[in-house]
Design a protein around this ligand. Structure first.
Ligand code: CP3
Length: 350
């Protein structure tokens, strides 16, 4: 490769891992890396108005996407947005109340579901695609740019309940009582997710992550139907339009069901949460697909020796294969920045 080529076509370590190539020092990023634990995020957030105003302001969304890259030099930047912009683009009312999380007009009847099925309008997310273009243009060349969407099951749990709940009982009940209606909702979210992710690729992301935060709450038959099958259709549907599209899946809490997940869903990596057995993940998952994870986010609050030991256990488990260092879920607003620095120094061997 000539020097010119290597300058215009630099390696992106996260993308290398997604092609199955182990890196001597694992690349690292954090879920929710642009968020309230950063003073610069809180300042921009105040300037923007509401949380959704920030998501739909391309310049400010790009700015907060860059903030953790500038501060910590992460190997991946994740588009700043939210999984609930998809229900918004289906016509559902969505808002975020400070300290209380999302509020949506709950979907309780089949008639309600019918109103949103097939209604996805990608034009409503034009501001998100504009943010993607701005981020692509401003990102250092070695940083991998990740887009994302919520997986249908997780998005449906918020659409049905109208808010976050501890056990997602409203969506689970609807799926048991009226599986045909629930299937229509999932089908419309599969279609919307494919369109949304394809548009993110066209606007400039390198890879995408599918967040199924609530996947692990389902028993096996429901996990197959509402988590695995929709993910399978999304992966094939996106790659039909974007050949070779790189995709990370994060079915949080899947545990040993991850084996069945990767049997059916040919993703390039799976995100692991902090509850997974490390030996199981190394032997049964990482031998088949790259892994990403899985430090307990609470260790970034605990700090000190507990943090060091947690980082070492994750590095030790996964360093011999394709691996991206991350948390097992998003960083929390109360995590001290010094602990993020401490974690990074240890991962990078400094
Ligand atoms: O990871 C990133 O930095 C990219 C941006 C991102 C956000 N949300 C920003 C956000 C991503 C990828 C998400 C995904 C998301 N959103 C998920 C799946 C992953 C996960 O974390 O479980 C879910 C379930 C949501 C829905 C959602 N958005 C909830 C339940 C909440 C409230 C909880 C909270 O932390 O306040 C949000 C709000 C939200 N999304 C914030 C951020 C930075 C905080 C809102 C604020 O700044 O006021």
């Amino acid at each position: 490769m000539s020097t010119l080529e290597s300058v215009s076509n630099p390696t992106r370590p996260v993308l290398e891992v997604l092609s199955g190539k182990r890196q001597a020092i694992p690349p690292v990023w954090m879920m929710r890396q642009a968020g309230r634990y950063l003073p610069e995020y809180r300042a921009t957030r105040e300037q923007a108005g509401s949380f959704l105003d920030l998501c739909y302001n391309p310049k400010l969304a790009a700015e907060v996407t860059f903030q953790p890259i500038r501060r910590f030099g992460f190997d991946a930047a994740i588009l700043f947005s939210d999984i609930l912009v998809v229900p918004h683009a289906l016509g559902q009312t969505v808002s975020f109340t400070a300290g209380e999380g999302p509020r949506l007009q709950p979907l309780v009847t089949a008639g309600n579901v019918g109103r949103y099925a097939g209604a996805f309008d990608k034009e409503k997310l034009a501001a998100v695609f504009e943010a993607v273009r701005l981020i692509r243009a401003g990102l250092p060349p070695e940083v991998t740019f990740l887009g994302f969407c919520g997986a249908p099951w997780t998005v449906a749990t918020y659409m049905v309940a109208g808010e976050g709940t501890p056990d997602q009982a409203p969506a689970r009940l609807l799926a048991y009582r009226d599986p045909a209606t629930f299937q229509r909702l999932i089908d419309s979210l599969v279609e919307a997710s494919i369109t949304y992710l394809v548009e993110q690729f066209r606007a400039g992301v390198d890879a995408v992550q599918l967040f199924d935060t609530w996947g692990g709450i389902l028993p096996p038959a429901e996990f197959d139907r509402w988590v695995i099958e929709p993910a399978n259709r999304i992966v094939y549907g996106v790659r039909a339009q974007v050949p070779g599209a790189r995709i990370i899946a994060f079915p949080r809490g899947a545990g040993t069901q991850l084996e069945r997940f990767i049997d059916r869903v040919p993703v390039d990596a799976v995100g692991l949460d902090w509850t997974i057995d490390l030996a199981f993940a190394r032997e049964r998952i990482q031998t088949r697909v790259a892994v990403q994870g899985n430090l307990d986010p609470l260790l970034l609050i605990a700090g000190g020796d507990a943090l060091d030991r947690g980082v070492d256990a994750v590095l030790e488990a996964f360093r011999d294969g394709p691996f991206i260092f991350n948390l097992g879920h998003g960083i929390t607003p109360d995590a001290p920045i010094e602990n993020v620095e401490r974690m990074l120094a240890r991962v990078r061997g400094r």
